[in-house]
Design a protein around this ligand. Structure first.
Ligand code: MN
Length: 459
């Protein structure tokens, strides 16, 4: 490789990221920081451009991005998921070691076990700030304080829809409750975050008034929640720019859901607009289609914007597997960063490119996130992948033999029965039904224990 390049003398010494086959990445001497970052991960200097950086968009990001994890709160609210206090502590320890700044570890008023979990983590001496969540209700706030949380996040709905149908409260009543509980929490020496649910479907002027009142009452961080998804990246940017000029000084945070697959995109848009604290969940867990995925947002910042997030990304795969195991929610095959396929190649054209230079068809090195590259042999396999596999196995072959192997691999893949595949999908669906909390018959037998008579079909 080196000999083929004319201007090697002008380049700095190789650094150990880039290709995994022949590590070989160079930074041109005297390159601007933007250019350095642009080539850093894409391996071939001068051959690729990264307009996320060249355009200056990267510079719009806040100096410090504060990662707020929701895996143990919103993530646990994924239907059918339950973490024991000890399991939460295991997850929290890994995330804290990875460099996550804040962790919402639960709503203590939910149950005794939930409160025990919050207390356990709050007293574990982790570097991350431990936060407990609560409604703007006195007993909820008291429960958070009793668990020794460093911070509380007091949430209340703010859209007229939620006020009328969910809370049955007036705008004034909501504002009074927010002020009262922020003041109470502040007086007890805990950090106060004020969260509005359904922020992006509420009256803008009311949202401004509510936050400014909460700020006066002691809140130092504002969380805007796209509770039932309503934002697009452009709208998020518009909203943040508009509200930033109207709020008294406060740290801004967003909580984005993924109903349209836009949670990470919306979080990035918020960061570009000046938000410092994005909420994320490992594996994108959370209500319905989940929250912004931790691994996706962090890697987008690291790779696309060339941003050093301070997160130890080499443990991404480890934390993903841990949460998969403890949540019982399998990571989707095509999930970005941590999915089985994200570093797998079958297509002849792609495998050929990746074998010659990984960055041709890979945006980042799998090793960087604690993973490995896989070549899948099937219908779309080409000769380069076969040659590479034979070579790695120490086996010499003629071009004719390689050609014959390619043909036989294709034939074998195309003639495979789909019976096993269908059985797997069936099993998976069946298991999904069972995983989803308490079954109907279990529910009615519990109701029977409470002295009720179940409907005829469950008697
Ligand atoms: Mn949520």
């Amino acid at each position: 490789m080196l000999a083929q390049r004319p201007k090697r003398a002008e380049l700095s010494a190789p650094i150990a990221v880039g290709r995994s086959f022949d590590v070989d990445v160079y930074i041109p001497r005297g390159a601007s920081w933007a250019r350095v970052l642009a080539v850093w991960d894409l391996a071939e200097e001068q051959l690729v451009w990264n307009y996320n950086i060249e355009s200056g968009l990267g510079k719009k990001l806040p100096k410090k991005i504060v990662f707020w994890d929701e895996t143990m709160r919103d993530g646990e609210q994924t239907p059918g998921v339950y973490f024991s206090p000890e399991e939460k502590l295991t997850i929290a320890t890994v995330l804290s070691e990875m460099g996550v700044d804040i962790m919402d570890v639960g709503i203590p008023v939910v149950s005794k076990e939930e409160a025990r979990g919050v207390k356990l983590i709050a007293n574990a001496g982790l570097d991350a700030s431990i936060l407990a969540a609560c409604r703007a209700v006195r007993s909820d706030v008291e429960a958070c304080i009793a668990c020794d949380a460093d911070e509380v996040s007091i949430f209340i709905a703010c859209s007229d829809l939620h006020l009328k149908y969910k809370l049955n409260m007036s705008r004034e009543q909501v504002l009074d409750a927010a002020v009262r509980e922020c003041e109470y929490a502040k007086a007890h020496g805990v950090g106060v975050t004020f969260v509005t649910e359904d922020t992006f479907r509420a009256d803008f002027e009311y949202v401004v008034k509510l936050y400014n009142a909460a700020i006066d009452a002691g809140a130092t961080r504002a969380v805007f929640s796209d509770t039932v998804r309503y934002t697009t990246p452009a709208m998020m940017e518009w909203f943040i720019a508009k509200i930033k000029g109207r709020l008294k000084p406060i740290q801004l945070s967003v909580h984005c859901h993924n109903d349209f697959g836009l949670a990470v995109a919306n979080s990035l848009a918020a960061l570009e607009a000046g938000v410092e604290v994005p909420h994320t969940c490992v594996n994108g867990l959370g209500e319905r289609s989940g929250n912004a995925a931790f691994e996706e947002l962090v890697m987008a910042l690291e790779v696309l914007y060339g941003r050093k997030t301070g997160i130890d990304v080499s443990r991404m795969s480890e934390v993903s597997r841990l949460v998969e195991q403890l949540s019982g929610i399998p990571v989707a095959i095509n999930k970005a960063v941590v999915g089985y396929n994200s570093f797998s190649h079958e297509s002849g054209i792609h495998a050929d490119g990746v074998i010659k230079m990984t960055s041709t068809y890979e945006p980042m090195q799998p090793e960087r996130v604690g993973r490995e590259r896989r070549f899948i042999f099937g219908k779309h396999t080409g000769s380069t992948a076969v040659e590479d596999k034979l070579k790695k196995g120490g086996v010499q072959a003629t071009p004719e033999q390689v050609k014959a192997i390619v043909a036989m691999v294709k034939e074998a893949a195309e003639s495979r029965s789909k019976g096993e595949q269908a059985a797997f999908i069936h099993l998976y669906r069946e298991r999904e039904e069972k995983r989803r909390g308490v079954s109907d018959s279990e529910f009615w037998s519990i109701a029977r224990k409470a002295g009720l008579t179940p409907p005829p079909e469950y008697r």
